[in-house]
Design a protein around this ligand. Structure first.
Ligand code: SAH
Length: 220
């Protein structure tokens, strides 16, 4: 078993390139963040497998390709203030933290807030604030955001999140049913109106909250 994580990380990034990811900031960040630090110990050997992996509380760490695709679509710049909904393990927040000035990330599950905080602190990130709450309402205290990434799937793009997008801000989110969705890109135009584009089909865990799906026992 090859657990040379550095080599596996470089291979993952090469694979992302081959699949069409071109944003050098995203590729560099994913070549830096130790994904093995965010996956549960039981899945360490699959840390760089290009698929989703299980987390506590029936949640998942997103597939590296999908993380790369979403973050590339946001056209991130170093000075950006970014909001992420669905911290999960904290992996995507760490990738964002490598690229932009400030990251605010919200998670509804207490257990995962603790999981992500420990891991992000251990790696020394000072520009990532992890908040517990209903991310469908955004995090108005730190708005406006230059970019918003939603890592859970909802029936529509929450109005609160659109409202918290700054001038020319871009948001990406899986939108659809609880089983199948497509990534949707939304941007605020200079005239204040919103543009929309529907991208690739994806499968994410549900976004549960007042502007998402209602809580059910099956999805906690
Ligand atoms: N970005 C994560 C993967 C997130 S999985 C990573 O890199 O590991 C989606 C997460 O969204 C889950 O942890 C789930 O608990 C969380 N979630 C679902 N609805 C939410 C809401 N309304 N607000 C905040 N987090 C939510």
């Amino acid at each position: 078993m090859n657990l040379n994580f550095e080599a596996l990380r470089a291979e993952m990034v090469e694979d992302l390139r081959k699949r069409g990811i071109q944003d050098t900031a995203v590729l560099q960040a994913m070549n830096t963040v130790p994904r093995e630090h965010f996956v549960p110990e039981s899945h360490l050997e699959h840390a760089y497998y290009n698929g989703a992996l299980p987390l506590p509380a029936k949640q998942t760490i997103s597939q590296p390709y999908v993380v790369a695709l979403m973050l590339s679509a946001l056209k991130l710049q170093p000075h950006f203030n970014v909001l992420e909904i669905g911290t999960g393990s904290g992996y995507a927040a760490a990738v964002l933290g490598q690229i932009v000035q400030q990251v605010h990330t919200i998670e509804r599950q207490e257990e995962l807030v603790a999981y992500a905080k420990i891991r992000l602190n251990e790696l020394g990130y000072k520009n990532i604030a992890v908040h517990q709450g209903d991310g469908t309402l955004g995090w108005p205290e730190a708005a406006p955001y230059d970019a918003i990434a939603v890592a859970a799937a909802g029936p529509t793009v929450p109005l609160s999140l659109r409202d918290q997008l700054g001038a020319n801000g871009r948001l990406i989110m899986p939108v659809g049913s609880q089983k199948n969705q497509r990534l949707q890109l939304v941007w605020r135009k200079p005239n204040g109106q919103f543009g929309h584009k529907t991208l690739t089909p994806v499968r994410f865990v549900p976004l549960i909250g007042s502007e998402g799906w209602q809580s059910k026992k099956s999805n906690q």
